[in-house]
Design a protein around this ligand. Structure first.
Ligand code: NAG
Ligand code: NAG
Ligand code: NAG
Ligand code: NAG
Ligand code: NAG
Ligand code: CA
Ligand code: CA
Length: 453
């Protein structure tokens, strides 16, 4: 969860989203009769068209209020996944309020079903774009310069046809948050091999306004959202392949202004915002190439200070070959922790924060190879954040239950359709439990596993 500590202590729901083209082609608006048709279509079996949705939502708690975090999954231009989880203020994304039933002792998921996609998926993210109670999906396509929003409905399927929008290019990273305070989910995105940030504001009915672009001088790659200057308004950081971080300060009205930029010291692969030291400035955690160590991927946090500077603390002085990172409060002490997977070491390291910028490590060894992506959320309703991990070249997801006492135990294996490289969760049906969505190999479909616990 990239905890964007929003104003008081509610969390900002940010989700990785798509990129949009500057030619604000607004999402298709549907007439009333079209909507009726779609809804009917959703209820009346559409036979082969089984819609699946993947939405990453992480239930995260901050302060005393428990709020949802939506996790984002981003794929960078490199062969890595940028998996980040965002804490979200459930109020702004009404659909995500989880009121779980009694906790389940044992996690269970229904067999997966798929929904075919229009094109080949590059990025997937979740948000509530139309204000109903189901999580929606934003899918950014690889080659078509298009994003599609799929609206969740009742049983884990999605309303008939998605809402397509033409973009100016392929998106490499995106986050969803409410940037203008109207409670509707907006999207910040980065075009691959282009310079800068692009923002589109949602109207709460599934449509978005025209695109506002914020150029940088660097080749932008990743985006993260938080309140980095402590004024209670959401800001955006843009990370570039040229190892720079540009800070865009938000005015709270959906507009941003670039204030500073600094060097990261290595090419970023993945980024998550979170508050690690209890002040009012959102910090961030990254996985980046370690220039002093060749191809190694190291995880660091960058703490934000009142004077607007960011200072790095390396989380792993030793080699780690990090592949994915998630930020959550894994031990319920109200302080943000970090989970980092290592492909080489076949493990997940849970790094527990003390709220003070200091961390202690706890290593979860995996029974099998290659964690590639991870997703964190409270899947069994006991208020502890569980972990789901995908393995390279495998259809299986490993589900680790968090007992809240420092133990994570692998409880089950969830079968997906086809060697996923993206994982997200959301509420896709009516039981208020977090369901899992993953992508199919080649990105031509999504696979949905409904939570039955
Ligand atoms: C969802 O409900 C519709 C209408 O009842 C049905 O056609 C569709 O197959 C269902 N999907 C799943 C995944 O159960
Ligand atoms: C947002 O606020 C800033 C600062 O007050 C202003 O310069 C900008 O024009 C505003 N943007 C919009 C879209 O209203
Ligand atoms: C900013 O504040 C930090 C923490 O107090 C301090 O270490 C750093 O030197 C300051 N940087 C500048 C440029 O003032
Ligand atoms: C915070 O960190 C400092 C120095 O790292 C340490 O002395 C202090 O005890 C820590 N406070 C807490 C509450 O852990
Ligand atoms: C945590 O709780 C689980 C379930 O009660 C138990 O099996 C496990 O041994 C506990 N772990 C620790 C470290 O206490
Ligand atoms: Ca908004
Ligand atoms: Ca701010």
């Amino acid at each position: 969860m990239s905890a964007t500590v929003h104003p008081s202590n509610d969390v900002e729901s940010t989700t990785d989203v798509l990129s949009t083209s500057s030619t604000a082609v607004t999402g298709r608006k549907l007439s009333r009769s079209q909507k009726v048709l779609i809804i009917v279509g959703c209820f009346v079996g559409l036979g082969l068209i089984i819609t699946v949705i993947v939405v990453p939502i992480v239930v995260k708690r901050q302060g005393s209020s428990s709020s949802l975090a939506s996790s984002q999954t981003t794929m960078t231009s490199v062969d890595m996944l940028d998996v980040t989880l965002f804490t979200s203020s459930e109020t702004s994304m009404a659909a995500h309020v989880v009121t779980p039933g009694p906790p389940c002792e044992t996690l269970t998921f229904a067999p997966s079903f798929t929904r075919n996609l229009e094109y080949s998926l590059r990025l997937i993210a979740t948000g509530n774009f139309n204000g109903d109670k189901y999580t929606d999906l934003v899918i950014f396509y690889l080659l078509e310069n298009t994003m599609e929003i799929l609206f969740g409905c009742t049983n884990g399927s999605f309303e008939g046809q998605g809402s397509l929008r033409t973009l100016e290019g392929a998106v490499s990273s995106a986050k969803i948050a409410d940037f203008n305070g109207d409670k509707h989910a907006d999207i910040a995105m980065i075009y691959l091999l282009d310079y800068g940030l692009s923002v589109i504001l949602g109207d709460g009915t599934g449509n978005f306004g025209s695109e506002t672009r914020y150029p940088t001088t660097e080749d932008s790659n990743l985006v993260a959202v938080g309140d980095f200057n402590g004024d209670s308004l959401l800001d955006i950081i843009v990370l570039s392949l040229t190892e720079k971080v540009a800070v865009f300060v938000g005015y709270g009205n959906g507009s941003f202004s670039m204030k500073t930029s600094f060097s990261l010291g290595g090419e970023p692969m993945s980024v998550v915002a979170g508050n690690f030291n209890g002040d009012k400035y959102t910090d961030f955690a990254v996985i980046r190439r370690d220039d002093t160590n060749g191809m190694q991927m190291t995880a660091s946090i960058f703490l934000t200070y009142a004077n607007g500077t960011f200072q790095e603390r390396k989380l792993f002085p030793r080699d780690h070959y990090a592949t994915a990172i998630a930020v959550e409060d894994f031990n319920n002490d109200k302080y943000m922790d970090i989970a980092v997977t290592s492909h080489i070491h076949h493990n997940v390291i849970i790094i527990l924060g003390d709220g003070n910028g200091s961390f202690t490590e706890q290593i979860i060894n995996l029974p099998r190879s290659g964690p590639s992506v991870t997703d964190a959320g409270d899947f069994n309703g006991d208020n502890y954040i569980d972990l789901i991990i995908s393995h390279l070249n495998s259809d299986d997801l490993s589900v680790f239950r968090n007992y809240g006492n420092g133990s994570f135990e692998k409880q089950m294996t969830v079968k997906t359709m086809n060697k996923p490289t993206h994982l997200i969760h959301g509420i896709f049906n009516d039981n208020n439990r977090l369901d899992i969505i993953s992508d199919c190999a080649f990105g031509d479909c999504i696979s949905i596993n409904l939570n039955t616990c």
